[in-house]
Each structure stands twice: as structure tokens, then as C-alpha cells.
Design a protein around this ligand. Structure first.
Ligand code: UGA
Length: 457
């Protein structure tokens, strides 16, 4: 039987905020700490600040009951037995993860420890971070018996973050002490014992089954490596299918048939075999680079990861070549761009291949009229509106009189365009689809010149 635990979550970014709200949903009392006063005020006022399913309803339900937002880490450390660190670990110039925020939080926590605490790394961090956190806390005068450091990596995806958190494939707890492992098991008990899924109002997962997830207990170092290795492996899978898609184009084969054919092998699996314009987002590019760098520092040859990155960059250039081959010269061409977010269902543009491509097109002298259902505000901060770069308020406005339409993000609504209307709206019926949202035969029947990824035109 699960019981309510006092939990602090430090950092209210994607992972921190989702973890805080989901712990509350699981029945715990949560203090969510951030040093950004404006963020804390916005969250207190009910603004989630990010576009994420279920987050507004959870914030509304719990912000004055089970979750408190504050800038006061001392108070949170005092009141809570488990303190999750979920601050950013951005990429530094060398490719390594910049762990200065993690270090700063660890020293600050150390200054306020007066009883036994479990400090949990939730941020994606390289192996050995756990040992550094332990050393930092000890250096700040805290006795080793007063705390443990645990690694509990998070595997949620943006866009489905809440459902992923509550319905994980597995929960990984890297703990070198039984006392700390027991606290983490108690925190996740509503999921691992299945009680949460029996609630009538439980948030559904992305898959149909809601079997309780297994909790895998490992050493802290193994847990740290599990997170980096998982993301690197998924990125590798994407680069692999992207390379195969290029081969399919050269051989006039169909990558969708090939992906299905290999994905039916249960050892390979069907997921993450969608070819496109390369992976982006705040995780894969950063984590592949960091994992490569960790291996390098430890004298391990992991040049496979450099190839993964090379294919990813090549995929954007290849898409640009497709635009060129459809339009001949690019200078002065007016292009409608659908999608700026790094993937559908998010307003996040970090490392978005769509943004990179728009920048490349602008550098080639094209003018761009872009539309994205959620990411335009963020995109405009990076690519200010100008005569060459415009933002449309809907799909029709973007497509009006354009020389071609480019699909760069897999938003569901971009897969349901009114093709008859689109043909009449564009100056030329040319669609270059970086996400394979349409059947080439249907596009041909509607009179389009249609190019996609790894499929015969
Ligand atoms: C990714 C992982 O999927 C999560 O498990 C992990 O927790 C998270 O990183 C993280 O470390 O925080 P996310 O970045 O939200 O999650 O997005 P994904 O859905 O994994 O997509 C990443 C990129 O790969 C996107 O640009 C997407 O368009 C691309 N992608 C994905 C493909 O090109 N093909 C695919 O088949 C799948």
C-alpha cells in the first residue's frame, strides 16, 4: 500500500515540472523549487509556461493543494526526505554536459541538511556525476551518514511527457544504499504496485496496456549510463533508418516497406524507424555529443556515435538538395513552411531541424512564410520576422501563392491538409515532405509534384 511522501523537485523545466505534477498525481506532497522568480510566479498563477498535454489540468488541480512553488531551497530541503535535482545540463562548447547548475544546487542543498536526505539526480548526467555530487556535499561539511545520492533517470518525451511519466516502460533506480533504494521504491509504489492505474481518473498512457512498470535497481553508475545509452541508441536507430532511406532513394525502393520489414523482427522493433530530416530537440543532439565525449575521456572508441551525428547533419543537407532539385534555383523563391518545432505536439524549437532548414533556405535567398500551431512565438525570438521571413496565422496564409510547400514537422494537422484547396492556393503544386505524412500516389492523383524521404516519387 503506497503512502504520501514529501518530495522536493529542484528545477521547473520540462523534466522537473512534469515530475513535480506527476508525483502529486501519484499522491505525494511536492515542493517545486526554481531560482527564477518570474517562473515561480507564473506557475503559482497557473501558467505552465510550456505546451504539454495534461499539464494545465494537473497544475490547476494541485497548485494550491499538493504542490507548492517556491524559490526557497532551504525550506524545501528542510521539509522533504527526497530532493530531486532536475536542473538543466546544457551542452558546453567542448560537447560535454555543463554540470555547473547541478553542482550549484548540490552545494546549496548541502548547506541546509540537518537530517537524513536522499538526493536524486533526475537530470541527464554523465557517469560519475553521482560521485561528484556526493563529494560536493561532503566538502560542504555534511557527514556521509546524513545523505545518499541516487540516480533516477527520466525517459519521458516532450508532447507525451505526463503520460510517459505515469506509464513508463521501466523505472530505473541507481542506488548504492538500501535505505535510499527503499525510499525511491516507496515513491514509485503507486505505479509499480498498480494502485494509480485503478483510479477512475487516472491519466491514460500512450499504449493500450497499463501494466505496472518494473523497477530496475542498479548501481548509480549503471543508471547514469542507462540514460545516455538509451538516448544514444534511439538516435542511432533514427540515423540508421535515415541512411537506409537514402539507399532506398538511390535504389528506387520504399523505406516504409523496409522499415516495416525490419521492425517486425521483435529483436529490432517497429519504433523509431521513421525517416525524416534528422533528429532534433533538447536531448538527442546534446546527449549523443555528451556520451561520445564521456567515452573519449575514458579512452573508449565510440566513433560510431560520430557517424550517427554525421548522418543527422547530412539528412538536412539532403532535404535542401531536394528543394533545389524541385525548384532549380532558390534565390527569390517563395516557400511555405509547415512546422518549426523539432517534432509535432510541442512548442519546443531547441535544435529543431526545421529551424536549421529555414536558416539554410534564407541563406540561399528564398523568402519563407512559416506556420506552426504552437512554436511560432519561440521561433520568432530566434528568427525575427522580416521581409524575407514571415509568420502566417494559418496554413492557407502560408501556402498562398508559394512556389512550393515544405513539411518540416509532423504535427497531426499537417497530415490532414485539404489537398484540393492546397493545390489551388499554391502558385505551383509542389510539396516537399520531410516527414512522409502523405501517400505519394494520393499526392500524384491530386496533381502534385511530391517528394518525400526514401520513397519513390
Ligand atoms: C527523447 C527520448 O525519446 C526520451 O525517451 C527522453 O526521455 C528524452 O529525449 C530526454 O532525454 O529528455 P524527445 O526529445 O522529447 O524525447 O523526443 P522524441 O520523440 O524522442 O524525438 C526526438 C527527435 O527524433 C525528434 O526530432 C523526432 O522528430 C525525431 N524522430 C523520432 C525521428 O526522426 N524518427 C523517429 O522515428 C522518431
Amino acid at each position: 500500500m503506497s503512502h504520501s511522501i514529501q518530495i522536493a523537485v529542484v528545477g521547473s523545466g520540462y523534466v522537473g515540472l512534469v515530475a513535480a505534477m506527476c508525483f502529486a498525481e501519484m499522491g505525494h506532497q511536492v515542493i517545486c523549487v526554481d531560482n527564477d522568480e518570474r517562473k515561480v510566479a507564473a506557475l503559482q498563477g497557473g501558467d505552465t509556461l510550456i505546451h504539454e498535454h495534461h499539464l494545465p489540468e494537473l497544475l490547476e488541480r494541485y497548485r494550491n493543494t499538493r504542490v507548492r512553488f517556491t524559490t526557497d531551497l532551504a525550506e524545501a530541503t528542510n521539509e522533504c526526505s527526497a530532493i530531486f535535482i532536475a536542473v538543466g545540463t546544457p551542452q558546453s562548447d567542448s560537447g560535454d554536459a555543463d554540470l555547473s547548475y547541478v553542482e550549484a544546487v548540490a552545494s546549496e542543498i548541502a548547506r541546509h541538511i540537518t537530517s537524513y536526505k536522499v538526493i536524486v539526480e533526475k537530470s541527464t548526467v554523465p557517469v560519475y556525476t553521482n560521485e561528484w555530487i556526493r563529494r560536493v556535499i561532503e566538502r560542504n561539511g555534511v557527514n556521509r551518514e546524513m545523505f545518499d545520492v541516487v540516480s533516477n533517470p527520466e525517459f519521458l518525451r516532450e508532447g507525451t511527457a505526463v503520460a510517459d511519466f505515469l506509464h513508463p516502460d521501466r523505472i530505473v533506480v541507481g542506488a548504492d544504499s538500501e535505505r535510499a533504494a527503499a525510499l525511491l521504491s516507496a515513491i514509485y509504489a503507486p505505479l509499480t504496485e498498480g494502485d494509480y492505474y485503478k483510479n477512475e481518473g487516472a491519466i491514460a498512457g500512450c499504449c493500450s496496456t497499463s501494466a505496472p512498470p518494473p523497477l530496475l535497481q542498479t548501481s548509480t553508475k549503471s543508471a547514469e549510463i542507462i540514460k545516455h545509452a538509451s538516448n544514444a541508441f534511439l538516435a542511432l536507430k533514427i540515423s540508421f533508418i535515415n541512411a537506409v532511406s537514402n539507399l532506398c532513394e538511390a535504389a528506387d525502393a520504399n523505406v516504409e516497406q523496409v522499415a516495416r520489414g525490419i521492425g517486425l523482427d521483435s529483436r529490432i522493433g517497429p519504433k523509431f524507424l521513421r525517416p525524416g530530416i534528422g533528429y532534433g530537440g533538447s536531448c538527442f543532439p546534446k546527449d549523443v555529443a555528451a556520451f561520445r565525449s564521456v567515452a573519449e575521456q575514458m579512452g573508449v572508441d565510440f566513433s560510431l556515435l560520430s557517424e550517427v551525428e554525421k548522418i543527422n547533419v547530412g539528412q538536412k543537407k539532403r532535404f535542401l538538395s531536394k528543394v533545389r532539385s524541385a525548384l532549380w534555383t532558390l534565390r527569390g523563391k517563395k516557400l511555405a513552411v509547415l512546422g518549426l518545432a523539432f517534432k509535432g505536439d510541442t512548442d519546443d524549437i531547441r535544435e529543431s531541424p526545421a529551424i536549421d532548414l529555414v536558416e539554410m533556405l534564407l541563406a540561399e535567398g528564398c523568402s519563407v512564410v512559416a506556420y506552426d500551431p504552437a512554436a511560432m512565438k519561440r521561433a520568432e525570438a530566434e528568427l525575427p520576422a522580416s521581409a524575407q521571413m514571415r509568420y502566417a496565422s494559418n496554413i492557407d496564409e502560408a501556402a498562398a501563392d508559394a512556389d512550393a510547400l515544405l513539411i518540416l514537422t509532423d504535427w497531426p494537422e499537417f497530415a490532414q491538409l485539404d489537398l484540393r484547396k492546397l493545390n489551388a492556393t499554391l502558385r505551383y503544386p509542389i510539396v516537399i515532405d520531410g516527414r512522409n505524412l502523405y501517400d505519394p500516389n494520393v499526392m500524384f492523383d491530386h496533381g502534385f509534384t511530391y517528394m518525400s524521404v526514401g520513397r519513390p516519387t
